[in-house]
Design a protein around this ligand. Structure first.
Ligand code: ZN
Ligand code: ZN
Length: 154
């Protein structure tokens, strides 16, 4: 399939952005809904090396892998959709598991308004608040709050 670079970028970016919506939706209505049994330990246990909640990473990886495999014959749109989803998965891991919950002791020097907002919004989620989104769906009030966010606390 003949695709120009702009179309490829649009598909990758669109898939990435769409995944924030999928993550928000799944988190709000599935993880805090009928699959709470798998998400629960992320909210209640002290953070242990592995959580039942980690199964969601595998579930989300599946469509990405299938699209990449199916699309890699001709590098058609499915490949780029799968890549966008994979990039969102990587970003989610870096933000949620590393930046907020400190499961890997890297990126600890990162500090700016945006990262503080991400951490504060997600900490509030753990304290019983809303904020089911993550990378982009962050309420504006967290950007105006200039306080330093605690990482790895919840
Ligand atoms: Zn949650
Ligand atoms: Zn969390």
């Amino acid at each position: 399939m003949n695709m120009n670079i702009f179309l490829i970028i649009a598909i990758v970016l669109g898939s990435f952005l769409f995944m924030e919506f999928v993550a928000w939706f799944t988190h709000k209505f599935v993880m805090h809904g009928f699959l709470w049994i798998l998400h629960k330990d992320h909210h209640t246990r002290e953070h242990e090396p592995f959580e039942w909640n980690d199964l969601f990473a595998l579930i989300f990886a599946l469509p990405s892998i299938l699209l990449i495999v199916a699309g890699s014959v001709n590098f058609d749109y499915r490949f780029w959709m799968g890549l966008g989803i994979a990039m969102y998965g990587l970003a989610y891991f870096l933000f949620h598991d590393v930046l907020v919950h400190r499961r890997l002791k890297i990126l600890d020097k990162i500090d700016n308004n945006y990262f503080r907002a991400v951490v504060k919004a997600h900490n509030d989620h753990h304290l019983g608040g809303e904020n089911f989104g993550f990378i982009l769906m962050i309420p504006w009030k967290y950007f105006r709050d200039k306080s330093l966010a605690q990482r790895g606390k919840y």
